[in-house]
Ligand binder design. Structure first.
Ligand code: SF4
Length: 238
């Protein structure tokens, strides 16, 4: 067993037994050890641990090469996230669409333009907030993300939130809100309430997805109310 693997198992609290050398026995360190297969559970654990302490650079690389769910086989490219990595505001949608899959950036196209307008409405520019999605790869034909895909991918978003440490998160649309907050309450009932992200104290405010607002422009007034509510949550964190 090499030192690295021994240190890793010891750090995990897994006892490591080293057999004493017998008289006349060749020192095992003189022999090139055969590679050991790491048990699947340990591989997954080491993967999760690596992501949970990854730098931006490492995280971006992990996402770009990720094949953890089937969506990797149909994507053009991954869509990591964009904006100020020290932003006070974080906007989170559900998954890339066709434009995002082509350009590698979240919220481009018409929905992206409306999101930019929403950001301007709170006195900021797109580059001053951080924008990401729950999933980093496009679901075919823009279908809803599947639970197993979210389960594979949400660790990346979780690390992004940890790194940004925003003062407030805007969940854009029902799917984003349900997956961020682990609830199936209707979007209408979630509006106007302050939730907390995962095991943090970061406030989460729910509003409509810009693509929905393009189809239902009469709801833009409600989205503006949500933005004002989020601005109050942001100010309370000062
Ligand atoms: Fe990996 Fe997420 Fe893409 Fe699935 S959606 S392949 S988990 S990056």
């Amino acid at each position: 067993m090499d030192n690295l693997r021994r240190q890793y198992l010891q750090a995990m609290g897994i006892p490591v037994w080293v057999r004493r050398q017998q008289p006349g026995e060749v020192d095992s360190s003189d022999i090139t050890p055969a590679p050991l297969d790491m048990p699947h559970e340990l591989e997954e654990l080491s993967d999760a641990q690596a992501i949970s302490c990854a730098t931006w650079q490492v995280l971006e690389g992990r996402v770009a090469s990720c094949t953890a769910c089937d969506l990797h086989s149909t994507r053009t490219q991954t869509v990591f996230g964009t904006g100020d990595r020290e932003a006070g505001w974080m906007f989170i949608g559900e998954a890339p669409g066709a434009d995002e899959d082509r350009q590698g950036e979240p919220f481009v196209g018409r929905a992206g333009q409306l999101l930019n307008a929403m950001i301007q409405a709170i006195g900021l520019r797109r580059e001053q907030v951080y924008i990401a999605n729950i999933l980093k790869c496009r679901p075919p034909r823009n279908r809803d993300p599947r639970p197993e895909e979210v389960a594979c991918c949400e660790r990346y978003l979780h690390r992004q939130v940890e790194l940004v440490q925003p003062r407030v998160i805007l969940a854009l649309g029902r799917i984003a809100a349900h997956n961020l907050l682990k609830t199936d309450v209707s979007l209408g009932r979630m509006r106007g309430r302050c939730y907390r992200y995962s095991d943090t104290q970061i406030p989460v405010v729910v509003t409509y997805h810009p693509a929905y607002l393009l189809r239902s422009p009469n709801e833009k007034r409600k989205a503006w109310q949500d933005l004002q509510f989020a601005t109050r949550m942001y100010a309370e964190g000062e």
